[in-house]
Design a protein around this ligand. Structure first.
Ligand code: NAP
Length: 324
């Protein structure tokens, strides 16, 4: 699988990284419903077999559970994958999630992540959300402390605006940015992606499949059968009027992939990877077969004609929904 250097770090990341949000399982605010741990482990092993060399997780996914699963997967490996995790989403004894960027909290969070992951160093430590805004500097300085202590190799941010990136850069370099980016979430194209490229900040984009929507499987009946605690039930992209427009888009994409014998999911991932600023796409999977069906996107170069056809389909969808 092709790799690309993450910004100005020495990390050579495969163009697909494995996302583990859904592996957090049930019983927390942003759950994807129940998840079988064995299936999660098999998805991780299969992803690594397919050549993926890095995994993205976060302390908050399953309130520590996804990190524990990643830790179980990599334990004892002679050459383990690069591990990226995130801090700032804290939770109390009742599982209520609160943002916190205070120094003491970040330092304690890092210890918890190191323990759950079972590693001596976190390869890429990211601030999950820039909240509370007024504590960005304090949290970022604390991550600098963790680098100096040898507990973190590289530091990144997620969901930051350009102005927030600049504030962090005044303190110490930002090695990576993790924004949402998919055919349906293109807000970062205007200024964030060009700014990151200009500043040599690596870009790892999340939810390229729009949480499974851009695989072609999502119908009203599919949404209806989601478990009550799958947060996608409340996501407007999975509800009318957007759902019909999204399905019409997927139908159009099917015509393009049919010529290649590939899947719509692969096309959705290949499309985000065409942006020159993008280092890699984070692709979620909750069972081995899912990553088998998407990993091939890492090496798929779309033609300019195909990109133009996709743009046309996206224009049609925008007109149908009257916005992005
Ligand atoms: N920094 C942040 O704020 C942030 C936010 C979101 C995500 N992320 C990171 O980015 C990663 C990827 O994003 P994501 O997980 O939101 O979404 P995604 O990659 O757009 O979609 C992943 C989901 O799509 C479904 N899927 C995957 N492959 C499939 C296939 N071949 N066929 C059918 N369905 C398939 C699976 O869910 P089902 O089987 O349940 O449909 C899977 O969990 C996350 O895991 C996380 O590491 C970060």
């Amino acid at each position: 699988m092709q790799t690309k250097q993450l910004g100005n770090t020495d990390l050579q990341l495969t163009r697909i990284g494995l996302g583990t949000w859904a592996m957090g399982g049930s019983d927390w605010a942003y759950s994807w419903g129940p998840q079988d741990d064995q299936q999660s482990l098999e998805a991780i092993y299969r992803g690594l077999d397919l050549g993926i060399n890095w995994i993205d997780t976060a302390a908050v996914y399953g309130l520590g559970h996804a990190e524990e699963i990643v830790g179980r997967a990599v334990r004892g490996m002679r050459s383990r994958p690069v591990i990226a995790t995130k801090c700032e989403r804290c939770w109390d004894a009742d599982g209520q999630i609160q943002p916190c960027l205070k120094r003491a909290s970040i330092l304690a969070e890092a210890e918890g992540s190191l323990r759950r992951l079972g590693v001596d160093v976190i390869d890429l430590y990211q601030i999950h959300w820039p909240q509370p805004d007024e504590d960005i500097e304090e949290g970022w300085e604390a991550i600098g402390e963790l680098i100096r202590a040898g507990k973190v190799r590289y530091a990144g941010v997620s969901n930051f605006s350009r102005a927030q990136l600049r504030r962090a850069q005044q303190i110490r370099p930002v090695h990576s940015l993790q924004p949402p980016y998919s055919m349906l979430m293109r807000e970062s194209e205007a200024e964030l992606l060009p700014y990151a490229a200009e500043q040599e900040i690596g870009v790892v984009v999340y939810s390229p499949l729009q949480k499974g929507l851009l695989t072609g499987k999502v119908t009203p009946a599919w949404v209806e059968q989601l478990p009550p605690d799958d947060h996608r039930r409340g996501d407007p992209q999975f509800q009318e009027p957007r759902l019909s427009a999204n399905r019409a888009l997927v139908d159009g994409l099917q015509e393009i992939v049919g010529r290649h014998g590939r899947s719509v999911g692969e096309l959705a991932i290949a499309w985000v990877l065409q942006r020159p600023e993008v280092t890699a796409a984070l692709v979620g999977a909750r069972k081995a077969v899912q990553i088998e069906q998407t990993a091939g996107a890492a090496d798929w170069q779309l033609t300019s004609d195909e990109m133009a056809q996709i743009e046309h389909l996206l224009d049609r969808r925008r007109q149908a929904v009257g916005g992005p």
